[in-house]
Design a protein around this ligand. Sequence first.
Ligand code: FAD
Length: 403
Amino acid sequence: MNLGLTEEHRMVQKMVRDFVQKEVAPVIKEYDRKQEMAPFVLPRMAELGILGICIPVKYGGQGMDYVALGLACEELEAVDTTLRVVMSVHTGLCSMTLLQWGTEEQKQKFLVPLARGEKIGAGAFTEPGVGSDFGNIQATGKRAGDDFILNGEKMWISLATKADYAMVTVRTIPDAKKAYQGLTAFIVDLKSPGVTVGDIHGKLGVRAGSTGWINLQDVRVPASNMIGEEGEGFKVTMSAFDNGRYTVAAGATGLIRAAMEASAAYANERRSFGKPIAEHQLVQAKIARMALDYDAAILLYLKAGWLKNEGMRNTRETSSAKWYATEKSFEAANEAIQIHGAYGFSDEYDVERYMRNARGAVIYEGSNEIQHLIQASYALGNRRDKPLRMEMPAYDPDEWQME
Ligand SMILES: Cc1cc2nc3c(=O)[nH]c(=O)nc-3n(C[C@H](O)[C@H](O)[C@H](O)COP(=O)(O)OP(=O)(O)OC[C@H]3O[C@@H](n4cnc5c(N)ncnc54)[C@H](O)[C@@H]3O)c2cc1C
């Protein structure tokens, strides 16, 4: 396993860090308070090539590898989680699923504009009554000639009101032997008749982001928009999570770093009992823990990224990286508040936003209880990965190299 970062990787880190530090950090508090996404975020991420960072050049992307994707997510979330969420859904759940499972025609039609950032994508799986138990979703798709008619409601969908397309999974085979075998994935144009969308307000975190619902009322979708085969929707969606979760893991690693840096800066300035609080060992212990967790979280996501580059299955490793980084980012942000004392309780400092933002990632892209189940099933020998019909393509520098 090669964990060394290349010159290109460092270039990505610097480019994304400059963007978020200069353009997002100064205004993010204002948008978090307003509970609105800053209007420049999506166009700037498109312009900088971040949205298509790991999509091959021939499909409109930047041709970087999956480690570069992780590094970009780490830098984005070090300033605000909402920007990394964009990568999780637009790039992870939507574009990378098209890259893995799409036909050449689907890639040309949908992936190219997504990778260029001309269109925005979402991943719509969760429903009002079903989240973790995904195999039991209720939305339906009925064959009607060359089309399918989709009905149902998708809930807690990031970018629901901003996206042009969504990867949507519905039930098309109601009498399948096992419920999960009756699911089929489609790429749906959200401007189609019968689609309505709305925002969810009053969230604990990711307030400067967009989270909403999508209602499907007799939405006619061409059968040619099916992703994978009919009945493969569960597999398609689980493979989408292997990519979305990876971006969450890398992003949460950035959040640990942000909490650590904010804590160290404050601890060196704030004084109690005649000395900087950084000299109290109980404060040092908290910061030391953040440093250790940051190191471990980086290694976990880079390992998953390396497996992705090699075109190897990484479900278990990505799950570990997501579980660890999200749990530790929440702990780090919580301890950062403690180090800031009463000031940490106010939005004058960033750490309370870090904690609210970190909380969501323990729930979404597979709650951390589900990550426990995944790890246990491998460790107990109850699960062996069978090759998928469509594996994620390995990174090929000849084909993907930046031009
Ligand atoms: C900010 C935000 C953004 C989101 N964005 C998206 C998105 O873009 N697309 C999308 O499709 N969804 C999205 N979600 C939804 C998210 O993926 C779900 O919330 C998540 O999968 C959990 O589902 P649930 O909320 O229905 O909880 P439930 O599945 O009802 O679970 C409730 C609790 O029970 C636990 N639990 C459930 N089953 C088990 C079990 N077998 N063993 C142990 N514990 C269990 C869960 O871990 C959880 O603690 C988002 C959610 C949030 C908060």
